[in-house]
Design a protein around this ligand. Sequence first.
Ligand code: TYM
Length: 345
Amino acid sequence: EQRVFSGVQPTGNLHLGNYLGAITKFVALQQDYDCIYCVVDLHAITQDREIWGGPEGLRSSTRQVTAAFLAAGVDAEKHIIFNQSQVCAHSELAWIFNCVARIGWLNRMTQFKEKAGKHRENASVGLYAYPTLMAADILAYRATHVPVGEDQKQHLELARNIAQKFNVDFAESAAERGYPDGFFPLPEPLIGETAARIMSLRDGEKKMSKSDPSDMSRINLTDDADAIAKKIRKAKTDPEPLPSELEGLEERAEARNLVGIYAALADQTSAQVLEEHGGATFATFKAALAELAIEKLAPVNAEMRRLMADPGHIDAILTDGARRAREIADPNMNIIKDIVGFIGH
Ligand code: TYM
C-alpha cells in the first residue's frame, strides 16, 4: 500500500520555491496516490514568535498555506488537507520517536544549525526535536512517499532511520501483532528533477527562503504582477547572454537559477529552455520569464485571495480533513502503543 504525505510550515511568505519545489508536485501526485497534505502548525512554533507572527499571524498563515494548496489544485475531497495540531497522533508519536532517535542523530541536522544560529543555547527544545515530529507526521499514516524540496532530504533520511530503529527495537512485539516486517515502511523522498532547490534572486548560492530579510530575494505567492516583474527585472545576473547548452551554466549560479525557474514554470527541462532561449541577453530572457511567471502565478494568486476572503470555509476544510486524517492515524497509534507495551490500546 502506498501513500503520499507532505507538509508545509505556516510561517508567512510562501514563495516560488515552496510552490515549484513542493506544492505543484503535490498536485501532480494526486493522480497516482492517496495523498495527505498537512499545514504543520506545530512545527511553525519551534522558531521565534516574530517569525511565525504570534497567534493571529499563525491563524492567518495557516489559512494562507491551505489556500495555496487549494488554489494550486489539490483536491480536498479526494485527498486530505488539514492542520497538524488538530490530530493528536503527531505529538504522541513524536514523543515515542524522541525516545527512539539518538541525540547524535539530531546533532547532525544542518537545518537546526542554520536556524539556531550562533545562540544555540537559546533555541527552543522544539527546534532541536523538529525532525522527530516530522518523522511522526509521515509515519503516523505509514506514508511511503514524501514530495519535498532538496533541503528536506536530511530530515527524510532521519525519518527512515527512526522507522528502521523502531522496527528493529520492537521486531518481536510487532511480529506477534501481525507485522513480521516491522510496523513502519521506510518512507522515500520524492525530489523533483527541476525546482528541487530554487535559489534567492539576489544570490545564486543561497536558497530562496521565507526568512530572507530581503523581500527582493523571493517571489511570494501573494505578490501581484508588478511586484513579480520588478523582482525578476532586478534579479542578480552576470553580463553574458544565455548559453545554448547546459555546460554553459556550470559556473553561473544566478543564470542557472533563472533558467531552472523558467523550466519549472513551463514544465520543460533546462536544456529545452536553453535550446529556445540560448543567445538571448538577460534583458530579453528576464522579460520572457516575467511574462511566464505572471501567467502561471496570477490565477493562483487570485484564487488564494478569493479563498482567503472566506476564512470560515477554509477552517471547515481543515476540520473535515483532520477528521479524516484521524481515521487513518488513530488506529495506527493504537497498534503502535500496543507494540511499545502501553496498556489500554
Ligand atoms: P517548509 O515549510 O520550509 O517548506 C515547504 C516545502 O517547500 C520546499 N522548499 C523549497 N523547494 C525548492 N526550493 C526552495 N528554495 C525551497 N524552499 C522550501 C521544502 O523542501 C518543502 O518541501 N520540515 C518541512 C515541513 C514538514 C514536512 C513534514 C515535509 C513538516 N513535516 C513531513 C514533509 C513531510 C519544512 O519546514 O518545509
